[in-house]
Design a binder for this molecule. Structure first.
Ligand SMILES: [Zn+2]
Length: 273
């Protein structure tokens, strides 16, 4: 039973959290409540999963922010019309992406059951891979098609996939799943399972994005958008459900990644497939 808190990573996480929360809100990467939520999650990850948890959260957050910033203005211009949020990440976004993994890490902490480590890694990797794929896809010159039916859709639209974005999804998923493996938390087989869990989560994200996620049309300019307002007027829901916004879809997708990663890991460990 690993119910013993390693204090060193917790102290380090508290220090880094404080620095990051302040700088991320000053750089407007995160709103103030989102920065506080991220700091609390990072510290909790260190409590439940020591250096591994801390590194997972830190590395994936830093990398996705970096990749997001590389695109910078160009991405902002292209996606502004479509996405609801282009500015600082809000608390709902941070929680939707980070909370399911934290719950998995907490269960690992209290039970010592290895599949929950795989579930936590798969879930975080999925959120990371999804954001990286989106950034890469928006910046790539390749065409964007819907994951359902492969008809061409506007760049940056939810449910749209690109070749470059799909490759990025697999690589980013593998990177996320590799971090705990690097710390010796699990071996090659479970690294593979974690990667697949994350890819499954990203795939579900796209499928939901192309089906039940709220899509609106602007009565003024005629454009399809994920925003509830365009050209200064409320838009009209043309597909999906109003409550299924991008954050809800992300939450479902990263939870699915955790369930898939954890379930397949359990089968391999306990049934010895
Ligand atoms: Zn409009």
């Amino acid at each position: 039973m690993p119910v013993r808190i390693e204090m060193l990573p917790v102290y380090i996480a508290i220090g880094i959290s404080a620095i990051l929360a302040v700088s991320a809100s000053l750089m407007r990467l995160l709103t103030v409540p989102a920065a506080i939520a991220a700091a609390v999650m990072l510290t909790a990850a260190a409590v439940f999963w020591g250096f591994t948890g801390m590194t997972l959260y830190l590395a994936l957050f830093a990398l996705s922010s970096l990749i997001g910033a590389v695109g910078g203005k160009r991405r902002k211009e292209r996606v502004m019309r479509i996405h609801k949020r282009t500015g600082a990440r809000k608390v709902v976004q941070v929680l939707a992406n980070g909370l399911p993994a934290l719950v998995m890490a907490a269960i690992w902490f209290f039970t010592g059951l290895v599949p929950f480590k795989v579930a936590a890694a798969a879930s975080l990797a999925a959120g990371f891979a999804d954001s990286v794929a989106g950034d890469v896809g928006v910046l790539s010159r390749g065409k964007t098609v819907s994951v359902l039916g492969f008809r061409r859709v506007e760049r940056g639209m939810s449910g749209g996939i690109t070749l470059a974005g799909s490759i990025a999804t697999v690589l980013a998923s593998a990177l996320g799943a590799a971090i705990p493996a690097f710390f010796g938390e699990y071996g090659a087989a479970l690294f593979g399972v974690g990667t697949l869990g994350a890819v499954a989560g990203c795939t579900l994200d796209s499928v939901l994005g192309a089906s039940v996620q709220a899509l609106y049309r602007c009565g003024e300019c005629g454009r399809e958008t994920e925003r509830t307002e365009c050209c200064g007027k409320p838009t009209e829901l043309v597909r999906g459900f109003g409550f299924m916004d991008n954050d809800a879809v992300n939450f479902v997708a990263v939870t699915f990644a955790a369930v898939m990663g954890g379930a397949v890991a359990a089968m391999i460990i306990y049934i010895r497939l």
